[in-house]
Write a protein that binds this ligand. Sequence first.
Ligand SMILES: Nc1nc2c(ncn2[C@@H]2O[C@H](COP(=O)(O)OP(=O)(O)OP(=O)(O)O)[C@@H](O)[C@H]2O)c(=O)[nH]1
Ligand SMILES: [Mg+2]
Length: 305
Amino acid sequence: MAERLRFSQSPDGQNARTKLFGLGSAGCNMIEPATYPKVAVSTSSADLDRSGAERRILLGQDRLVGAYHTDRSVLKQMPSIVGHEVMDLFNNTDLAFLMCGLGGISGSLGTKVFSTLAQSKGTLEIVLAATPFSAESTRRREFAKRILGELLETSAVCVEFGNDQLSTLAPNVPLSKAFSLMNSIMLRPVMELCATASKLDIGPLGRVIGDSSYGRFGLGMARGDERVERVVDEALSSPWFDYDLAETDAGIVIYSSSDPWDKEMESILGSLDSHLPRCRMICGSYADPALGDRIRLSLILCRTL
Ligand SMILES: Nc1nc2c(ncn2[C@@H]2O[C@H](COP(=O)(O)OP(=O)(O)OP(=O)(O)O)[C@@H](O)[C@H]2O)c(=O)[nH]1
Ligand SMILES: [Mg+2]
């Protein structure tokens, strides 16, 4: 069996200090409903005007493009190139979530630059990126693909949410509904990690992920007899797990119920082992009274490219 760690969940363990960054128009939309400390970043003042984030950062497009083209090692050594106002956003932050839709300028270049800045400040960064529908322009899709490739090389983790696959979860919904549905799905891993990760977990989390930076997400909910088997099946049938799951190298596994118990967590892990034979795992659980008699399983599964 591959390595398996638990989130510390020590009663006196301090919660990890998390921060949510929305980059570009899509990113600003994605973070809007969240109640965690959040920062909206864009080259467009319209995005920031409609944002309720407590920090709103307007970046000039030239400055952003300049920072993107600055060699990563230089940017890491001299993060102040982007200005102290931007650098200070990472103060007192253990874990940063960078959310965006790839394909435009602000979200794509912004996420790339902010990921480097987070690293320079010792903050673990998790990128959650939507990639364009195939109906969007070839230019946009090509650009998104290129930036995704760069993020997979340089970020700690980049979880890709293909917009196209969403249509298998919710066929025939209009675009605006599809986007808001996607935005709420993309916030789920943020909520799970904010509920479980303590400061002590950040190091182990980074180590479990290692070089396996290409993440995908799956969610399951189940109730009744055999709810363990069914929650695992549903989470693993995520449309974003469209590769051979046996190739999964690392996973973040979070289980919740109104009253989580260790034995149920162990059964879930036992069931996952047979599907993910070489996957290093870090697992956690938390109580969510709103679940009633259901249980929920969130999986971020990562591969090395
Ligand atoms: N999930 C989700 N995706 C979106 C949303 N809005 C746009 N997208 C996707 O995100 C991609 C990038 O679009 P934007 O966020 O508008 O682009 P931007 O980062 O603001 O870039 P510029 O406007 O060029 O500076 C699009 O090609 C869509 O696929 C949204 O609200 N939710
Ligand atoms: Mg925009």
